[in-house]
Write a protein that binds this ligand. Structure first.
Ligand code: PMP
Length: 460
């Protein structure tokens, strides 16, 4: 591919540093260093403004499920922009892309999840969920059922609602989160917090915290429990197999609503359309975004079961966004779903790509720095440790070693992210076996360089 005519990198970086505030970034430090400027992408590879090619091990931000460069989506957008670039779905109107996308999602979603409320992002969709579950209970004559139980180290977005549902200490420390009526229980992170328990016992123990919390609060005050089937931004934390069945039992027993945040795990990431199917759970609401459009357009939403949707429908729900069901975003999402379905991408993930990733990524477990190398579908993580046997943490502040590792990874033209001292990947679902092997070669080289660095600095 020819390089587009872009100004020199240093010039672009200076403009970026002067005017552009990056999310989740210490901007002054980044400004001094200069951001890497991505100019184009094809398949699983990104190209930067110096012409270097990187493997995108993160599918953007866990979203480019069908890979980059699918012109069908560009054409769907252009077609829709010419025909009807914008209209809303407030005030008793609708339009074809939004209604078709809602119907398609109802067809793909399990059980009686047959109704869709659109948003522009995952965060917005979770804000919708907070208001919707409380309004549901109010309409059921139980307005005191307001509290939502979520988890420490869960991630549900960055708005006041989404950030409050999330259990990220660094986010709660800024800007007055969490909002009232949201409480957190511990995560099912056996490697980091399981001590001497077996994973199975630990999974049960962590699930039973939900029951303890419901009893403590009084079930009559609890609206819902929200969780990601697999925690993504928390570090690709894969729960023990005992966890979700026990959560389902508890949710059923106390009659509270279950919200599965499928923003990452939806649309094939786990080898099923939805992560809930991979764990056999039955949510009342699923949050979606990211893979819904493979990131080609900003769109999210909530898929809602018959009972909740019909109850909410009894009255006006005073909620909505200018871009709820945006026609261009909806048209692009429909085209993305067509590609996922017609090209059997999700079946191939389940039968071929994910097993290959599990084997190739799992081989990193023999590296001296790696305490565990795990994956579920097309999301995977490594725990870095100074001592494999005891699953110890580094003496340095959490994240110091992970950051060093991430810098080497970037230098090796592999986008791998760190969460504390866990390294994580979630590549496009269409990645080939050869590219998985190349990704793992680069990851191993990165680990070797990190280990050398730690030896040099006396950190290992
Ligand atoms: N929920 C989960 C599980 C997510 O991973 C994210 C984004 N990483 C969100 C919600 C928020 O989505 P958005 O960034 O589109 O607001």
């Amino acid at each position: 591919m020819t390089l587009r005519n872009t100004p020199p990198t240093a010039e672009l970086q200076a403009l970026d540093a002067a005017h552009h505030m990056h999310p989740f970034t210490a901007n002054t430090a980044l400004g001094k260093k200069g951001a890497r400027i991505i100019t184009h992408a094809e398949g699983v590879r990104l190209t930067d403004s110096d012409g270097a090619e990187l493997i995108d091990g993160m599918a953007g931000l866990w979203c480019v499920n069908i890979g980059y460069g699918r012109h069908e989506l560009a054409e769907a957008a252009a077609r829709q922009m010419r025909e009807l670039p914008y209209y809303n779905t407030f005030f008793q109107t609708t339009h074809v892309p939004a209604l078709q996308l809602a119907a398609k999602l109802a067809e793909l979603a399990p059980g009686d999840l047959n109704h869709v409320f659109f948003a522009g992002s995952g965060s917005e969709a979770n804000d919708t969920n907070i208001r919707m579950v409380r309004q549901y209970w109010a309409l059921k004559g139980q307005p005191e059922r307001r509290t939502i139980i979520a988890r420490h180290n869960g991630y549900h977005g960055s708005t006041m609602g989404g950030g409050s549902l999330g259990g990220m200490a660094g986010m709660h420390a800024q800007g007055g989160l969490p909002i009232p009526g949201i409480v957190h229980i511990d995560q099912p992170y056996w490697y980091g917090e399981g001590g001497d328990m077996t994973p199975a016992d630990f999974g049960l123990a962590r699930a039973r915290q939900l029951e303890e919390k419901i009893i403590e609060l009084g079930a009559e005050n609890v609206a819902a429990f929200i969780a990601e089937p697999v925690q993504g931004a928390g570090g690709v934390i894969i729960p023990p197999e005992t966890y979700w069945p026990e959560i389902q039992r508890i949710v059923d027993k106390y009659g509270i609503l279950l919200i599965a945040d499928e923003v990452i795990t939806g649309f094939g990431r786990t080898g099923y359309w939805f992560g809930s199917q991979s764990y056999g759970i039955r949510p009342h609401i699923m949050t979606i975004a990211k893979g819904l459009s493979s990131g080609y357009q900003p769109i999210g939403g909530s898929i809602i079961c018959d009972e909740v949707a019909q109850t909410i429908g009894q009255d006006e729900f005073n909620h909505g966004y200018t871009y709820s069901g945006h026609p261009v975003a909806a048209a692009v999402a429909l085209e993305n779903l067509r590609i996922l379905q017609e090209e059997d991408i999700i079946d191939r993930v389940r039968t071929h790509t994910a097993p290959h990733l599990a084997q190739a990524w799992g081989s990193l477990a023999d590296h001296p720095l790696v305490g565990e190398a795990v994956s579920r579908g097309m999301m995977a993580s490594l725990a870095l440790t100074p001592d494999k046997a005891s699953r110890a943490r580094f003496a340095a502040d959490a994240g110091t070693v992970g950051y060093i590792c991430r810098e080497y990874s970037f230098g090796n033209n592999l986008v791998m992210r760190h969460v504390g001292d866990r390294m994580i990947i979630a590549p496009p679902l269409v990645i080939s076996a050869a590219d998985i092997d190349e990704l793992v070669i680069r990851a191993r080289k990165t680990l070797d360089q990190t280990l050398d660095h730690l030896h040099r600095e006396g950190l290992f």
